[in-house]
Ligand binder design. Structure first.
Ligand code: NAD
Ligand code: TYD
Length: 361
């Protein structure tokens, strides 16, 4: 029987890239994707794979205990790769409830389902894995120097990062208490195709094409460590296949940039690649400093030496390659962006593939 991976949140940014990666790189595995299709979940991200024989989509909520329990037994799940989450810091500030529900309760329900199925029904094998995809934001905010290691104490400062930290603690507790075969990854900021345009890079790319203001929070000197999403997907598979049970792995791009650097670079790339703004103004002229995010973490930087040393993973893409591919992808997929912004991707998907909200079997 082929190895079956339950991916949660596979219609979101990283999840969709991951499903795509698995179906290409592990052609003998089966992928079951459960996604609630919140505002951030987009079936069009995987439209070309909808009929792939190794892929099944389930429209559902990870907080639905009966559904999640049923998925484990119906598909004989060997591994879980858990992406589903509310993921945007700004939304967690204005409306934290959904973050507590999905990120904490949802993770708890998945852990219980895995425990019931693998341990309760003696279905656990040497290959059973529960891989929890988390963020570097659980470690808090760095000053100008230093790096987050796997030993850095947790110090989350937004409702988003606090909810992810809670879920990380639950996952570790299930390893120590019940012997559930868990793995954790804490990754830095991702960029690449299919990212919802509320996040910095796609938001700036969209606004800069349309000649709209480019909002930079505070002084623009906050630092993030950017990683191309395909490198993240590869790291997750490496951890899934070779990681030490109960262990966590920090994943990062060795690529620190201020927000202002990122925005200026995107402006310059667009100036080179597409028609100039009216009056030939450089796109940098659209930069607008706006009120800072409350509790805005100053700097994130990952020490990824453990995953490199123990599992031999390093990012394959340089930032220059990754950002060039990303800009080209958004330029070539303007209809994707338009669909995301006006919600029409759902209608587009249904017109092409029917209203498939049930398991394809
Ligand atoms: P995203 O917001 O783009 O996608 C989240 C997906 O989860 C969506 O498809 C959404 O519909 C789905 N979802 C939300 N609530 C659900 C629920 N209750 N049940 C089922 N599905 C639900 O997020 P992303 O940027 O792809 O992030 C994926 C994971 O990676 C998250 O756990 C996030 O914390 C983590 N992460 C993200 C980054 C980053 O830079 N984006 C970095 C490190 C870690
Ligand atoms: P974001 O993409 O929301 O990721 P995160 O908050 O998880 O790091 O933001 C990346 C950085 O860009 C963060 O420091 C906030 C900043 N930012 C802006 O300056 N302007 C914006 O419009 C957005 C969305 C983010």
């Amino acid at each position: 029987m082929s190895y079956t991976v339950l991916v949660t949140g596979g219609c979101g940014f990283i999840g969709a890239n991951f499903v795509r990666y698995l179906l290409t790189e592990r052609p003998d595995w089966r992928v079951v994707n459960i996604d609630k299709l919140t505002y951030a979940g987009n079936q069009a991200n995987l439209a070309d794979l909808a009929d792939h024989p190794a892929y099944s989509f389930v429209h559902g909520d990870i907080c639905d205990e009966a559904l999640v329990n049923d998925l484990f037994s119906r598909h004989n799940v060997h591994a879980v790769v858990h992406f589903a989450a509310e993921s945007h810091v700004d939304r967690s500030i204005t409306g934290p409830d959904a973050f507590i529900r999905t990120n904490i309760n949802g993770t708890f329900i998945l852990l219980e389902a895995a425990r019931n199925y693998w341990l309760g029904q003696q279905r656990q094998t040497d290959a059973s894995r529960f891989l929890h995809v988390s963020t570097d934001e659980v470690f808090g905010s760095l000053g100008p120097t230093g790096y987050f290691t796997e030993e850095t104490p947790y110090d989350p400062r937004s409702p988003y990062s606090a909810s992810k930290a809670s879920s990380d603690h639950l996952v570790r507790a299930y390893f120590h208490t019940y012997g559930l075969p868990v793995l954790l990854t804490n990754c830095s900021n991702n960029y690449g195709p299919y990212q919802f345009p509320e996040k910095l890079i796609p938001l700036i790319l969209n606004n800069a094409q349309e000649g709209k203001a480019l909002p930079i929070y505070g002084d623009g000197k906050n630092v993030r460590d950017w990683l191309y999403v395909v490198d993240h997907c590869e790291a997750i598979v490496r951890v899934l296949e070779q990681g030490a049970l109960g262990g966590s792995y920090n994943i990062g791009g060795h690529n620190e940039k201020t927000n202002l650097d990122i925005v200026e670079l995107l402006c310059d790339l667009l100036d080179k690649k597409i028609a100039p703004l009216p009056g030939n103004a450089p796109r940098r002229s659209l930069i607008t400093f706006v009120r800072d995010r409350p509790g805005h973490d100053r700097r994130y930087a990952i020490d990824a030496s453990k995953i490199e040393r123990e599992l031999g993973w390093r990012p394959k893409y340089t930032f220059e390659q990754g950002i060039e591919e990303t800009v080209d992808w958004y330029l070539a997929n303007r209809s994707w962006m338009a669909g995301v912004l006006n919600g029409s991707y759902q209608k587009y998907y249904e017109s092409m593939y029917g209203a498939r909200t049930e398991d394809k079997e």
